[in-house]
Design a protein around this ligand. Sequence first.
Ligand code: ASP
Length: 349
Amino acid sequence: MISESDLPNGRFFNVHTTRFSNITMTFSRQHLLGIRELEPAEITHILDAAENFRHLADRPIKKVPTLRGRTVINLFFEPSTRTRTSFEIAAKRLSADTINISASSSSVTKGETLLDTARNLQAMSPDLIVIRHSSAGAAHALARVCQAGIINAGDGAHEHPTQALLDALTIRQHKGTLENLRVAIIGDILHSRVARSNIHLLTKLGAHVRLAAPRTLLPPQFAAIAERNLEIAPNIEDALTDADVVIVLRIQSERQTDAFLPSMREYAVHFGLNKKRLARAARDVIVLHPGPMNRGIEISSDVADGTHSLILDQVANGLAVRMATLYLLSGGTPHGAANIGDALLRDST
Ligand code: ASP
């Protein structure tokens, strides 16, 4: 188990409020471990790169040679549908060789530690390792022992940076900017790495974030937060009033050791997003959910499938964000491509 003190930057819940700036820059990081350590300009750089990759999905041939000869290992110790599939498709569309390892097929079932697994994988010289693990700090731990670039695909309740990036891309496409948007995040904030990464990203890019959750599902540190652009709403109705964006979270039962809620039915009554509640939000509100959804609990089907919902756009954008991440962490311009535009001009042969 990795403890909080193993993480760089100490505490989990320290929210930055750095202002958005429009600096043009090259991406110089080796790893993507969290949103917390990124500068606003770096976030914008990834989003801009992802915007370029989005159009690849509309082509008849969806493959480019950009990462030919590179090796990407997907190391998933927790269940995943969207994240794992989109990292695999993203790597394949960039012509990288991909290998998928899940907890059940790895030697952790025989008692090998995560770090020994990582050292053994490193001995095969991968270029990038994408890791999902139930322990906060797992990706950081790998970054300390591997030369490969490490991408955090979710570490416990800590961070899920590519989810926050794809959420931001979806918001930016529909609202033009994140600055000054009112964003309500509703649900199990305490156990949600999606909430944590989103709070960092949204506040860094100038959005105003309102959190709504049962008291038992709010991190105790948040009660004392007095950031200018982060507030705790007294109830879901207040959080939703005039909101431009609503991000709905699943109850993370797999991370709950105590009884945090009397029942799911009660949660649905007091915190479930339905059409009636959504009517309080701005007329052009957009609704996001990272998936998997529990219909009828945190979100009603008429909202999930309704005109305000962008849940499937998020999935499409997830692919573009993961392509951008793999591309930028690989140095950005492999195989003679001068830039993303150049890379995308050349179909794989
Ligand atoms: N898929 C997201 C995650 O891995 C959200 C969720 O599981 O509810 O954190």
